[in-house]
Every structure is written in structure tokens, then in C-alpha cells.
Design a protein around this ligand. Structure first.
Ligand code: F6P
Length: 558
């Protein structure tokens, strides 16, 4: 049955017409317990969703929709290793990577846990040997810098986590991330580095991604050129490179020795892979024990997710509120606003997690959806965003629901700062809720002595509509365990939404066409002639850059 034909969907549709003009402040006035009743806590995380235009009836209907869509059974199917990635016929078992229990996890009847534990042990050994200066570069010097080369899920997860856990890092082993095929990224990163003390990790699930292979080859060339007087090329590559991939043939072809290659499995999606050996840069930067704490935090959220009734289930409620906004209130974008500078890459990480997973417009049976699915995700850390795009959140013509994320305790003890950060975060959600009425603006301006004509002219510009929906997510501290739980919360939120929308959240065919066409355009650029078969705009763009570039570029080896 189509989602929109379900009685539970229709009931929500009817209910949304009753709620469309609801004022959240009135809902608070009607229920003195609302702040508690519309928030839930698990794994050291408070999820306060009371500042949304939803009533107890809305929540009841949303939970009914999730049950009707078979969310509990779909959760079980994922954890039990069923092939829920239907287009690629794969299981989805990133949760097994952080299974801290002794329970087996079966994929095709095989327990995947021994393989996972074996790779974790190898990661532990490598992280310990490098951090202790036992494993060294080819000239005998300990490593000071790690350069992760990867893109998408092979970049954003470790990049985001390493930045988020900066206070746990060590100044003697710095992590850098090169993803963009723009040579500026590699050049700027390598500019300050000493090749004798630099370790590259090439992270690519497929080991076929052109950007990653191009950067890896250029990194190899930089090392070999710089160190050629000191060691033979094969020794340089063996000592200064590691790889994380499911494609072990390709890593061997690149010149990597098996001891430096860390495998993972086709049942780990790229955007869900930071828990696998793709997390090696994290383990190197913060130490393996803390990497394990990250896994533990995620596992605690997994346990909460699979064992808690939907109305008290953090990821499920986050998902349902999102569906309410997107499909019933008509707000298809979602802002993520971490009040933590160390979470500066969190919005970009979530963009891939959410938009690559649920940016789909056909359901699992291939039928076009007649409802909106994955939202546009965007955001930036507060308080910076307040001085940039918050104008739009407060007074823009579109309503953008937002998640505010903050830790009660600071990452660094710089006196006076954290209370200011907390105050801003909390006050913004209050301002978005309350707004400012005409009479309040008038009284304020009068009190400042403004004359009536000027005052009346300004009032409409200074009124805030309020009633803008927000969730507030409070961690005790941004530490490995709570970060693990936070990431898992969002992973499962995306899962529940995909489960209800009946889309396959685990493929990403939408990224393929551009890749295919890029190789044709690259041929044209390399040949130095405008190609054929392009549309007129594309054709002209190729001609224009061919005319405008100073000299033909070197062969990328693709
Ligand atoms: O093109 C998109 C994508 O396939 C992502 O899903 C993935 O995370 C990224 O490219 C990198 O892929 P790989 O790890 O295979 O290099």
C-alpha cells in the first residue's frame, strides 16, 4: 500500500490542518508539564523537542504512522543482518562494528564479529606503535603528521570526529585530511609537512574513486621525489602509506604491503563507515582506547534505539518530528546548529549522512514517491551563524526547523566563555519560539524615546513572528562516548525516516551520472578540443575554459 493511502498518513494530514496555526506558546500554557513531557533522555543526551508545533495527539499519530510503516520490524531487520539494501542486495551492519556485547551478529548465517575484532586489534596495534614512535618512517624518524586521503564517507566521518575530539588529540601527531581533487587541497596540506615524518592513509571503500586515487598518486610522488636520495621507492611507500579499503587487489597494485592494509566489508556504507578501519585516523589522533569509547557511546545509542518504545526513543522521535515538518507542515529544509566550535564539520557530515541516504524520489519498489523525502540539511556552528544566516531563521519567509546542539561543560576552560555560549544557544531557541509582537516592539521603541511616525514605520521590520520550531540536544560534555552516541542518534534518525518513506537509505545511485560525464569532459580537456554530443551550454563551457586556460594541464593519470 502507498504510504499516502495509509489511514495513519491520512489521519496526520487531517490533523495537520488543525495544527497549522497552533502557537507553541499556547501549547506550553495548556500543559505546565510540556517541557518534560516532550523531551527524552538517553545515553547522557537530552533531546528536548517541546518547542515544536506538536501536541500529544500529534505524537500519538506520528508513532502510529511509524508502527504502521513497520519501523520496529525494520529496525530488527537491520540489526539482524537482513539484506535491507535492496538495490545492492546487501546487509547494513555498521552497528556490528560497535557491538560491545558478546552477542554474535550474523550476515548470511556467518558471525561477522570475529572479523571485526581482528581488524580492531590490528588498528590498536598500528595506533599504539605509531603513537609510541615504534613504527617509524623510512629514515628512522617517528611520524609527526598523518594525511588521510579520501572523500565522502572516507573523509567526512574521520574529519568531523577528529576535529570534534581535538582536546583529546596530541600535538606530536597531527591529523590532516585531503579530499578535494583540486590540487590546492593537497598542496596546501603538504606545504608545511616533512616527508620524513608524514604517514599517508588512503581511505577508499572501493579504491576506484578518481579523486582519491589522483591525490594518493600525487602524495606518493611527493614522498618519493623528496625522499629518493634517502631510501628506495618501494621502502618509502611501504613505510609511509597505509590503506583502508574493501578492494585488497587494488591496494596491492598501489604498492601497499598487506600489513598496512585494513579491510572492511560491503555491508558498511561509506557514510556509515567511521566505526570501521576508516576510523584509523581517529584512533591515531586520540588513541585507540578513546576510539573504543566512541564505539561504546554509539553502541549505547544502538541499544537504546532497538529496545525503547518509539515515543521515548530519541532517534525515532527526532525522525518523526522531521517527518511532521517535511510532509505535513511544508518545511523541507533543516538546520543543524552545533554550539561547539569543535563540531564545525558536523553539518557537512550530516549532509552526506542524511542527503545521500534519503535524497531519493522513488520508493523501494521503484515507484515515484508522491510525498517529500529527505530534507535539505545545512548549518554552521553557533554563535557564528547568529551573525550570518540567523536573520533568515528569525524573520525569513520560509520556516526552517533547526537542531541546536550544545554541551553543558566546556571543552576548554577559558574563563567566561562557556556560559556565554550556553546563554546564546538557549536564548536563540527562546527567541525563535517567542518572537516579538507589535505591542512589545512599540513599547520598546517608545521607551527609547522614538517619535511616533518613525516608530510606526519601523515596527513591521522589528517584529519577530516567533513560533519557529527547534529541537535542543544537550550533552554533558563533548567527549568520545557522547559524540559516539550523538552520531548514532542521527544515523538512526535517518534510518527511521527512510523506513517510513519506504526508500532505500543505503544506496546512492544519484552520484553516478556526474562521475560518468566527468570522464567524458576530462577526455575533451585532455585532448584540448571541444567535444561533441554535449548540450550547447556544456559545449560552450568546455570551449571557454580551453580558450581561457594558460597551458594544457599535466595528465592526471586517470
Ligand atoms: O560518490 C559517492 C561515494 O560513493 C560516497 O558514497 C562514498 O562515501 C564516497 O563516494 C567515497 O567512496 P570510496 O570510499 O569508495 O572512495
Amino acid at each position: 500500500m502507498r504510504l499516502t493511502d495509509r489511514a495513519t498518513w491520512k489521519a496526520l494530514n487531517a490533523h495537520s490542518r488543525e495544527m497549522v496555526d497552533a502557537r507553541i506558546l499556547d501549547l506550553f500554557a495548556q500543559d505546565p508539564q510540556r517541557a518534560q513531557a516532550f523531551s527524552t533522555e538517553a545515553c547522557g543526551i537530552l533531546f528536548d523537542y517541546s518547542k515544536n508545533p506538536i501536541s500529544a495527539e500529534t505524537r500519538r499519530l506520528l508513532v502510529a504512522l511509524a508502527e504502521d510503516a513497520g519501523v520496529p520490524a525494520q529496525i530488527a531487520a537491520m540489526f539482524n543482518g537482513q539484506r535491507i539494501n535492496v538495490t545492492e542486495k546487501r546487509a547494513v551492519l555498521h552497528t556490528a562494528l560497535r557491538n560491545r556485547s558478546q552477542r554474535p551478529v550474523l550476515a548470511d548465517g556467518q558471525d561477522v564479529m570475529p572479523g571485526i575484532r581482528a581488524v580492531l586489534e590490528r588498528m590498536r596495534s598500528m595506533a599504539e606503535r605509531i603513537r609510541a614512535g615504534v613504527a617509524r618512517g623510512c629514515t628512522g624518524r617517528p611520524f609527526s603528521d598523518i594525511v588521510n586521503i579520501g572523500i565522502g564517507g572516507s573523509d567526512l566521518g574521520p574529519l568531523m570526529v577528529t576535529a570534534a575530539l581535538r582536546p583529546y588529540g596530541s600535538p606530536s601527531l597531527r591529523a590532516h585530511f585531503v579530499s578535494n581533487v583540486d590540487g590546492a587541497h593537497l598542496a596546501a596540506t603538504l606545504a608545511g609537512l616533512d616527508p620524513q615524518t608524514t604517514l599517508f592513509i588512503v581511505s577508499s571503500k572501493t579504491f576506484t574513486t578518481p579523486e582519491t586515487l589522483t591525490n594518493a598518486r600525487s602524495g606518493r610522488e611527493w614522498l618519493v621525489t623528496q625522499l629518493s636520495a634517502l631510501a628506495p621507492a618501494n621502502l618509502i611507500v611501504e613505510n609511509h602509506f597505509a590503506a583502508v579499503s574493501t578492494n585488497l587487489e587494488a591496494t596491492a597494485e598501489f604498492g601497499l604491503i598487506p600489513e598496512r592494509v585494513f579491510g572492511f566489508w560491503d555491508w558498511v556504507g561509506g557514510r556509515y563507515s567511521l566505526w570501521s578501519a576508516i576510523g584509523l585516523p581517529i584512533a591515531l589522533a586520540i588513541g585507540f582506547e578513546r576510539f573504543e569509547q566512541l564505539l561504546s557511546g554509539a553502541w549505547e545509542m544502538d541499544e537504546h534505539f532497538r529496545n525503547t518504545p518509539l515515543e521515548r526513543n530519541l532517534p525515532a522521535m527526532a525522525a518523526l518530528i522531521g517527518i511532521w515538518h517535511i510532509d505535513f507542515m511544508g518545511h523541507p529544509t533543516h538546520a543543524v546548529l552545533p554550539y561547539a566550535q569543535d563540531l564545525k564539520h558536523f553539518p557537512a557530515f550530516l549532509q552526506q549522512l542524511d542527503m545521500e541516504s534519503n535524497g531519493k524520489s522513488v520508493d523501494r519498489s521503484g515507484m515515484a514517491t508522491n510525498y517529500l523525502t529527505g530534507p535539505v540539511i545545512w548549518g554552521a556552528p553557533g554563535t557564528n551563524g547568529q551573525h550570518a544566516f540567523f536573520q533568515h531563521l528569525h524573520q525569513g519567509a520560509q520556516v526552517t526547523p533547526a537542531d541546536f546542539i550544545v554541551a553543558a561543560n566546556p571543552a576548554d576552560n577559558v574563563p567566561g566563555h562557556h556560559d556565554m555560549l550556553l546563554a546564546n544557544c538557549i536564548a536563540q531557541t527562546e527567541a525563535l519560539l517567542r518572537g516579538k509582537r507589535t505591542d512589545e516592539v512599540r513599547a520598546e521603541l517608545k521607551a527609547r524615546g522614538m517619535q511616533s511616525e518613525e516608530l510606526e514605520r519601523l515596527i513591521p521590520h522589528r517584529v519577530f513572528p516567533g513560533n519557529r520550531p527547534t529541537n535542543t540536544i544537550v550533552l554533558k560534555q563533548l567527549d568520545p562516548r557522547s559524540l559516539g552516541a550523538l552520531i548514532a542518534l542521527y544515523e538512526h534518525k535517518v534510518f527511521v525516516q527512510g523506513a517510513i518513506w519506504n526508500v532505500n537509505s543505503f544506496d546512492q545511485w544519484g552520484v553516478e551520472l556526474g562521475k560518468q560525464l566527468a570522464s567524458g569532459v576530462l577526455e575533451d580537456l585532455k585532448a584540448g578540443r571541444p567535444g561533441s554530443g554535449h548540450d550547447p551550454s556544456t559545449q560552450r563551457l568546455i570551449e571557454y575554459v580551453l580558450k581561457s586556460r594558460d597551458a594544457p594541464q599535466g595528465d592526471t593519470g586517470l
